[in-house]
Design a protein around this ligand. Sequence first.
Ligand code: NDP
Ligand code: MG
Length: 382
Amino acid sequence: MKKIGILGSTGSIGTQTLEIVRSHREEIQVTALAAGSNAALMERQIREYRPQAVALWSEEACRDLRDRVRDLDVKILTGMDGLLEIAAMEEMDALVTAVVGMIGVRPTLTAIEHGKDILLANKETLVTAGHLLMPLAREKQVAILPVDSEHSAIFQSLNGEKKSQVRKILLTASGGPFRGRKRGELEGMRAEDALQHPNWSMGRKITIDSATLVNKGLEVMEAKWLFDVELPQIQVVVQPQSIIHSMVEYVDGSIIAQLGLPDMKLPIQYALFYPERRPMEAPSVDFYELARITFEKPDTETFRGLALAYEAMRAGGSMPTVYNAANEKAVSLFLDHKISFLQIAEIIETCMERHSVIGNPHVDQILETEQWTYELIDGLRL
Ligand code: NDP
Ligand code: MG
C-alpha cells in the first residue's frame, strides 16, 4: 500500500489526483490533505478518503472545517505550521505538491528532509529553490517525479537512455489562447479572455501563465533543474495541438517523444505508479482524425515572459525568485482587473532590472526576495 499526502487537494491537479486514487483504493491510501480555504470540498474529501490529518491555510476556514467534521477522528491543522507538519508525517511515503505558488517551497523541502518522494506539480518551488531541492533530494535519496505534462514526457523519453547522450530537450508549448496575436491586439485583453485555454483545463494562475508564456519560462527552468541540462540545450517548440508533450534529441539525431491527448490524469497516474504503467480508461489519439501536427517558433517579442525567464536563469541566484514572485503578484493583480495583460511582463521586467542578485540564496533569502519583490510592486505607480 502506497501512502500519499496531497498539498493542494482541492485544486485542479489535487482533485484529478484523488480521482485516480478513487479507482485504485486497494493500492493507494491518502494519509494527509491540505488546501487554502475550501472547507466544503475538504469536508467531502475527508469523508471519502479518510486521511489522518488535513490542513487549511486559512484559520477561519479551519474553524469551519472543525465544525463540519466534528463526528470524525481527523487531525485538523492550519497555516504554514500545518503544511510543515503534514509534509513531515511519518506514515506518509510520498507527497504530491499541487499547491500553487511559492507557498510550496518550505513544505516541499521539509518533505524531502523527511525522506518522502515528491510528485512535483508545484513548479514555482523548483524555479526558486531548485539549487537547494535537487541536491537535498540526492542526499536523502528521494525521487522527484514530474507531474507537469512536458516534464513527464521528457522523463518518459529518457527512460533507459544515457543522460550523457542527450543533445537537447525539445519542450513543447501550445502557445496559449493568444498565439499568433501581436502586441497591439493584446492590449485590451481581459482576464476572462486569457482564462480560455484552447487545450487544457487548469487552475486560474497557470492558465494566465500559459497566455503570457511565463508558464513556458517556468518550465524551462523546471527542466533545467529536473534533468540537469544547460540552458542552451533546452529549445521551446510551439505545437498548438498539444499532442506531443515534449521530446528528447540524442547525440545521433534520434528524437524520442511522448504523445497523448491533453489530459493531466496521464502524467499524474504515471508519477503515482512509476516505474509501472497502469491502464487508463480514456480516449487515445486518433491520428486519422487529427490529420496533422504543426510546429512554430515561439514569438518572444510579443510574449516577453519567455525571454525574461531565460534572462532570469542566466542571471541565476535570486533572480528566478524575482521573476516568479513578480509574476505571481502581477497575475493576481491582472485577475483582479487592476492591471492590463501586457503589464504582467512589464512588471516582471521592472522588478528584475531593480534587483541585485544574491548568489546561491538559502531559504530565508529566497523568501525575503519574494517579499522584496511584492513590496517593490506595491510601490509602483501602475
Ligand atoms: P489550482 O488553483 O487549481 O489549485 C491550487 C491548490 O492550492 C488548491 O487546492 C488551493 O486551495 C491550494 N492553495 C492555495 N493557496 C494555498 C495555501 N496558502 N496553503 C495551502 N494550499 C493552498 O492550481 P492547479 O492545480 O492548476 O496548479 C497547482 C500547481 O500545479 C501549480 O504550481 C501549477 O503551476 C502546477 N501545474 C498545474 C497543471 C494543471 O493542469 N492544473 C499542469 C502542470 C502544472 P483552495 O482551493 O482551498 O484555495
Ligand atoms: Mg506544463
